[in-house]
Design a binder for this molecule. Structure first.
Ligand SMILES: NC(=O)c1ccc[n+]([C@@H]2O[C@H](COP(=O)([O-])OP(=O)(O)OC[C@H]3O[C@@H](n4cnc5c(N)ncnc54)[C@H](OP(=O)(O)O)[C@@H]3O)[C@@H](O)[C@H]2O)c1
Length: 259
């Protein structure tokens, strides 16, 4: 067997359908691009249509099969609409990536019900509802991959973790519950855990060169994360190669969490 065939057997996503929430920006955009370039037909989900269309255009120009669905994952109705729209272009997904997330960061003693509810809705409830919608079908077909993007704040407090850290800790628990429910039917559920990644989510922190340098120094690799750093791990977790990896949290953080 030549090396291309071997790699393809392990990692190719040809014929797979993927739904990536938050696929119009940052980590989700990089992950959507990686899955599409590895062969999957990818539907990206977010609210802003201009950004969605731009991301799909970039992928289509690159020869990928991609489509977008606009919906607000902050409400149950929005999540239901997102799921139906996402399944339209290429059919029911084999791979679900939950990257859409918000981090509003008020100090804990000023954290109002509105911030709490919005954070839990987008970061935690939407991944659960999308899993409930797509997981059983994956199990019935005997193959599925669910990948959540959590955060180092699932493991430690960091820059006003507030509701955000709670939502990400629970998201890692959700991955384990989903893994328990569906792994015996070929559906693995895992999380990728970023450290500090230079994306629009961190616009405020990223614009402070001293903070950026201090955070880079806390990694072992010596720099902060880039969205593209998630490509390889996402393809691995979406592929046949990761069939015996489930319920796990995989840190893609340049050693931040162990330094
Ligand atoms: N950057 C970091 O350092 C870092 C660290 C740890 C964890 N993470 C996690 O990684 C994931 C991706 O973050 P990122 O840095 O790539 O963020 P980003 O660049 O801000 O992207 C967030 C994405 O989520 C979408 N989104 C937000 N709210 C939504 C809603 N209500 N409905 C539908 N889509 C929504 C956004 O599109 P619209 O605004 O158009 O809806 C966008 O596509 C998040 O879960 C985040 O918590 C990031």
């Amino acid at each position: 067997m030549d090396s291309q065939s071997y790699l393809s057997e392990l990692f190719s996503l040809d014929g797979r359908v993927a739904v990536v929430t938050g696929g119009s920006s940052g980590i989700g955009r990089a992950v959507a691009g990686a899955l599409a370039r590895a062969g999957a037909s990818v539907v990206i989900v977010a609210r802003r249509e201009t950004e969605l269309a731009a991301a799909v255009e970039e992928l289509t120009k690159d020869g990928c099969r991609a489509a977008w669905a606009s919906a607000d994952l902050g409400t149950r109705e929005g999540v239901r609409a997102a799921a139906e729209r996402a399944a339209e272009p290429f059919g029911e997904p084999d791979i679900l990536v939950n990257s859409a997330g918000i981090n509003l960061r008020p100090p804990l003693d000023e954290l109002g019900d509105d911030v709490w509810d919005a954070t839990m809705a987008v970061n935690l409830e939407a991944p659960h509802l999308l899993g409930r919608r797509f997981g059983p079908g994956m199990a019935e077909r005997g193959f599925g991959r669910i990948i959540h993007i959590t955060s180092q704040q699932a493991h430690r407090a960091f820059v006003q973790s507030g509701a955000y850290g709670v939502s990400k800790g629970a998201l890692e628990s959700l991955a384990r519950s989903q893994a328990e429910a569906w792994s015996s039917h070929g559906v693995t559920c895992n999380t990728l855990v970023p450290g500090f990644v230079m994306t629009p989510l961190n616009a405020r922190l990223s614009s402070d060169p001293e903070r950026v340098a201090a955070l880079a120094a806390r990694t072992m690799v010596g720099r902060n994360g880039l969205a593209g750093d998630f490509a390889g791990a996402a393809v691995f977790l979406a592929s046949r190669a990761s069939g015996y990896v489930t319920g796990q949290s995989i840190f893609v953080d340049g050693g931040f969490s162990v330094h």
